[in-house]
Design a protein around this ligand. Structure first.
Ligand SMILES: [Zn+2]
Length: 298
């Protein structure tokens, strides 16, 4: 599943290749791709054709393109947006409009300049797109998603305070998109390893310094993954030009059960975690019994 760095890589590609261009057609090839657009595929197509993309936005793993009629003139700003979520396997790919349309293309956008078209390809169809009237600044349906640690709006002190008020395991708290967005399974495990914290430690048991160290580790891991173009943990994740990222080579613990910890050599351990896995180093990230600050107060 694409995580924040992968989605950010796609956003940057769209910023370079789509902003300033006018959509000539938005062709829905599979209605499931626009299931969240309640007015239906025809309305989606009609709403977008003729609109110019004026920018790109991302909140967590959602992307949006502010769109407006005509070309942006002085004092006029986009009000509406094309919202997209890549789901488990979604890709936004640019290329020659004449190339064959693969069976997994769900929505195809062509542009008035006859340049590269944009194809929303999604083998597993968990991704979706919608036209959001009034959504240019921040589409309302994603306003509940917290800023991610790389977002200029991220309030570190507030997040540390909220994190330390949770009784849940730290990894559960890290994956809660209403607390902090954009951290999925892979980067949570990597950040916990860097911060030398066990995933099952109650968030409420973290000291302020540990919570700060953890958020710093999250930001570091996400930043490095972004620089590497993301992690291509399967063949489905690619940037807008169809290229894979290479952060997978830098993973210390994720998917490395039994391999030596890069820091101390102890074999990496895998634990079942919410129908998935949690990877950690038993020596660097010992599971210690901790009392939460709230323990005993009731
Ligand atoms: Zn270790």
């Amino acid at each position: 599943m694409p995580e924040l760095p992968e989605v950010e890589v796609v956003r940057r590609g769209l910023e370079l290749h789509v902003v300033g261009r006018t959509i000539s057609s938005a062709q829905v090839l599979h209605p499931r791709a626009v299931r969240r657009h309640v007015a239906g595929p025809d309305d989606f197509s009609a709403a977008l054709s003729g609109l110019t993309v004026t920018g790109t936005g991302r909140r967590g793993k959602y992307l949006w393109l502010p769109v407006m009629e005509g070309t942006p003139a002085e004092r006029s700003v986009a009000e509406d947006a094309l919202l997209a979520h890549l789901g488990m396997s979604g890709q936004l790919l640019l290329g020659d409009p004449e190339r064959p349309v693969s069976p997994h293309v769900r929505v195809r956008f062509t542009f008035t300049d006859a340049g590269p078209d944009l194809r929303f390809t999604d083998q597993r169809t968990f991704g979706h797109m919608a036209f959001v009237a009034g959504g240019a600044v921040l589409p309302s349906m994603i306003a509940h998603i917290a800023p991610d640690p790389m977002d200029p709006d991220f309030d570190e002190a507030a997040v540390i305070g909220r994190l330390r008020s949770r009784r849940a395991a730290i990894k559960v708290a890290l994956l809660d998109q209403s607390l902090v967005s954009g951290i999925g399974n892979i980067y949570a495990d990597e950040a916990l390893w860097r911060a030398k914290l066990h995933w099952a430690t109650p968030a409420a048991a973290l000291t302020r310094a540990e919570a700060g160290r953890l958020l710093a580790a999250v930001r570091e891991v996400l930043g490095e993954a972004l620089t590497a173009g993301g992690t291509s943990f399967d063949s489905l994740y690619v940037n807008v030009n169809g290229e894979s990222g290479y952060f997978g080579r830098s993973l210390a613990v994720y998917g490395r059960e039994g391999e030596p910890c890069p820091r101390c050599g102890t074999p990496i351990r895998r634990d079942p975690f919410m129908n998935r896995s949690a990877y950690s180093c038993p020596a660097c990230q010992p599971r210690t019994r901790r009392r939460t600050r709230h323990a005993g107060r009731r």
